[in-house]
Design a protein around this ligand. Structure first.
Ligand code: ZN
Length: 779
């Protein structure tokens, strides 16, 4: 087997060279081997695909992109890669082998046998090989996969990777695996495209998926997935699919039922999971695809991906990888799902239920997508069901009981005082410890359903009509929610009343999150995340930020007197400007961890816990700032333009991917003259500062006021701190009045450290308020 042969490759002990001053250049990467020993891998199919080195070496790389230089500095204290190393493992399919050979010949290096040198590498090579083998195999068995170069560089403090791979969208990647406590991270120090090299394109796109899935009484799963694929260009010979490592593939066949060679999960390194997201299988086609060819493959698998959280609360642990699917950004396809499951349970799935029946102690059902779906999901349990509404019809599925972990927490807290805000105890009553019956998630279904339906109506105003004809809301344990096409996962806690939430340990803030944000955030994902999906990891914040912000907006609209939006925006801002005590970030604030466009890279060992505050908190602020700028307080519907903008994006990118550039173009269609700070009819300033940048400005105002006729002339300067010289923002100033609403004075378009202004006021000015309505994120 070719794959096995690749995995078995080792350094050639018979030819170990003494080397001196060898230089390798790969794009912006310069590697120098100053002195030491080097051996090549044994050839396979007449090709040498690796070399190892021990001695003294040095690597230098400088990314051009300022955001990537900042990222580098976050990990290395300096904005470039400039590191010595004492060992190197090179793998490649480009001309690295020839180049090294040439340098050795030119320097007259002689080779000798050195078994101990080769042996020192055996363990490292055998661990590193499977991932490299997959990459080499994909290239050798295709005609459209370009060559790559990899260097694993080792120094005393650990190893790091330098990758230049033209198959990737961002061809250059530098980073390392790092363990902190029990968690393993892959820290990407920098990732960027090679200048002038076109971005690699996916070889295949999904057309449709036909799944047949059987869930046994013990919750184990047997599945069969038939994939109908399309080749996007000629040459692809290997199909990479994602599938949970808890499912093992039994068989893989082509459209005629002939077996196909496949590889699964020999090594699933954390690095690979970080890059690709999940576990992989590689399916080898009999021959590379021809242009626009459509074909079928089928995969049979079995394993355990459904967990029992106790008391009949089940969940699909593998979330998106319970069936094999292509990992491409534009994953929209039709789905035809058939399930067979134990009779005592109910099953909900994405798509329209077209048929259910029961035989031999088993239930079966079929669901088909009415519109393209980016992914498919299901949930099952011993559910109570409540149905309400129409277009969409909302069905809620909740267990009579809650998962064991939650039950334990509630039992432990059963004697807690119920505060007087609980409707069961009248205000002023003496509080006595009471032992209420265990709460039931199924009890509150009607209320939850009604507020979800109400939120759908609210969101339809901005997003357009609900994308599916129904919405199934189902219970999952733990504290996460997820929005599948026409199907929500909401944590058990959301189904409980406030008293039960308290007994389960939810403090006020967690309760607000559970009751005021989470269900509606997941509802918004029905559009933002299912109608349009992120184009890359750099664009995922958009879906999260819009989902979160619209959820806040909905709850705010329900009780305008409670200043709910102000409370959440304040909480998010406080979270972003909090001093960060993390390593390598002395004196900084949390928001310095990185820009929104880093996406999941924010989940690094150096920025523990910063992903959430930035993606959800700062993300919400960015959408809020757009809304504030698009707002017309004089218009009958002040937010009409903002809503038109959202609707436009969802129409333009319906069942397509959405990138930061797409979003910017869409804002530019609706921007007002006041938003044109650079006079270019572009929103570059906004996206560079808030999406690609990390600054959060601080403002101080200095002014003088003197009478001018019946008015007052106000002159002064607005100081802008903690930003670059290019930072610009429209900052509104208001005149403060005792016991009265502040009066708008004027907007200062800031630039750099300070900006002078000159305004006329009808009223005397003794105090100026900077942006009291929170239209700009400041510290
Ligand atoms: Zn979300």
């Amino acid at each position: 087997m070719l794959n096995q042969a690749l995995n078995d490759l080792r350094a050639n002990a018979g030819q170990v060279y003494d080397v001196q001053d060898i230089k390798l250049r790969r794009g912006p990467i310069s590697i120098t081997l100053s002195g030491g020993k080097l051996a090549f891998f044994s050839p396979l199919r007449d090709r040498v695909t690796g070399a190892v080195f021990i001695g003294s070496g040095h690597v230098i790389a400088t990314p051009r992109d300022p955001a990537e230089r900042l990222s580098m500095a976050r990990f290395l204290e300096v904005p470039l890669l400039d590191q010595p190393f004492s060992r190197a493992l090179f793998r490649f399919t480009d001309d690295t082998g020839e180049q090294l050979q040439k340098s050795l010949q030119e320097s007259g290096a002689v080779a000798g046998s050195d078994p101990s040198f080769a042996r020192a590498w055996d363990q490292i090579i055998s661990t590193a090989n499977p991932w490299q083998s997959k990459r080499i195999l994909a290239e050798w068995l295709s005609t459209d996969v370009p060559p790559y170069f990899y260097a694993g560089l080792f120094k005393e403090t650990g190893s790091f990777d330098v990758i230049v791979d033209r198959e990737r969208e961002e061809q250059v990647s530098i980073g390392q695996t790092r363990v902190v406590g029990d968690d393993t991270f892959y820290d990407t120090w920098a990732s960027f495209p090679l200048p002038g090299v076109p971005r690699a394109e996916d070889s295949f796109a999904p057309v449709d998926y036909t799944l047949d899935t059987t869930v046994a009484d013990d919750l184990s799963l047997r599945g069969h997935t038939a994939l109908h694929l399309r080749a996007l260009h000629p040459g692809g010979g290997v199909i990479t699919l994602e599938l949970s490592r808890y499912l093992s593939v039994d068989e893989c066949t082509d459209g005629e039922g002939k077996p196909l060679v496949f590889f699964q999960n020999e090594d699933v390194s954390r690095r690979e999971m970080m890059r690709r997201g999940n576990d992989q299988i590689l399916v080898v086609l009999p021959a590379p695809a021809t242009a626009k060819e459509e074909f079928h493959i089928a995969i049979r698998y079995h394993g355990s991906v459904i967990s029992n959280a106790g008391n009949g609360v089940y969940y699909v642990g593998a979330r998106g990888t319970w069936y094999p699917h292509l990992n491409v950004a534009d994953s929209f396809a039709s789905y035809d799902l058939t399930f067979h499951w134990p009779r005592k349970l109910r099953l909900v799935a994405t798509g329209n239920s077209v048929e259910t029946h029961e035989d031999q102690g088993q239930r079966s059902g079929r669901w088909r997508s009415a519109v393209p779906m980016a992914f498919a999901g299901f949930n099952l349990g011993d559910y109570h069901v409540q149905t309400l509404g129409e277009n969409p019809k909302i069905s809620l599925f909740a267990s009579q009981e809650m998962e064991e972990a939650l039950m334990v927490r509630i039992r432990t807290n059963s004697g807690t005082l119920i505060p007087p805000s609980d409707p069961s105890i009248r205000r002023g009553d003496i509080q006595i410890p009471i032992e209420p019956p265990p709460p039931s998630p199924a009890a509150l279904l009607k209320n939850l359903g009604a507020s979800i339906l109400d939120s759908v109506r609210f969101f339809e105003k901005a997003n357009g009509s609900f994308p599916f004809d129904h919405l199934d809301v189902s219970q999952v344990p733990n504290m996460y929610g997820q929005g599948w096409p026409g199907l929500l996962y909401l944590p058990t806690m959301v189904f409980l009343n406030s008293g039960a939430q308290q007994r389960a340990g939810a403090n006020v803030q967690v309760q607000q999150e559970l009751n005021e944000v989470m269900p509606f955030h997941e509802v918004v994902h029905q559009w933002w995340g299912n109608v349009t999906v992120p184009a890359s990891y750099r664009d995922t914040w958009i879906q999260e930020a819009v989902a979160n912000y619209l959820a806040l907006w909905y709850t705010d609209s329900k009780s305008p007197g409670e200043h709910f939006m102000t409370r959440w925006l304040t909480r998010y801002r406080d979270g972003l400007v909090v001093k960060s005590g993390k390593e390598g970030k002395s004196g900084g604030i949390l928001a310095d961890a990185g820009p929104l466009s880093l996406g999941l890279r924010l989940d690094s060992s150096r920025t523990l816990g910063d992903y959430g505050p930035i993606i959800y908190g700062k993300g919400s602020w960015v959408i809020h700032m757009l809304r504030m700028m698009l707002r017309d307080p004089q218009a009958p519907d002040a937010d009409a333009r903002f809503e038109q903008f959202l609707h436009f994006v969802l129409t333009e990118y319906r069942f397509k991917t959405l990138s930061n550039a797409d979003l910017q173009k869409s804002v530019e269609k609706f921007m007002t003259p006041a938003m044109d700070l650079e006079g270019s009819h572009k929103m570059d300033w906004f996206f560079e500062e808030w999406v690609q940048g990390t600054s959060i400005p601080h403002y101080v105002v200095e002014f003088k006021s003197r009478p001018l006729g019946t008015d007052f002339l106000v002159t002064g300067k607005l100081k802008q701190e903690d930003t670059s010289e290019e930072f610009t923002a429209p900052v509104p100033l208001y005149v403060a009045r005792t016991a009265l609403k502040p009066v708008f004075l004027g907007t200062v378009e800031t630039l750099g450290k300070e900006t002078a202004f000159r305004f006329r006021s009808h009223i005397p000015v003794s105090k100026i308020l900077i942006d009291p309505n929170m239209t700009v994120l400041t510290r």
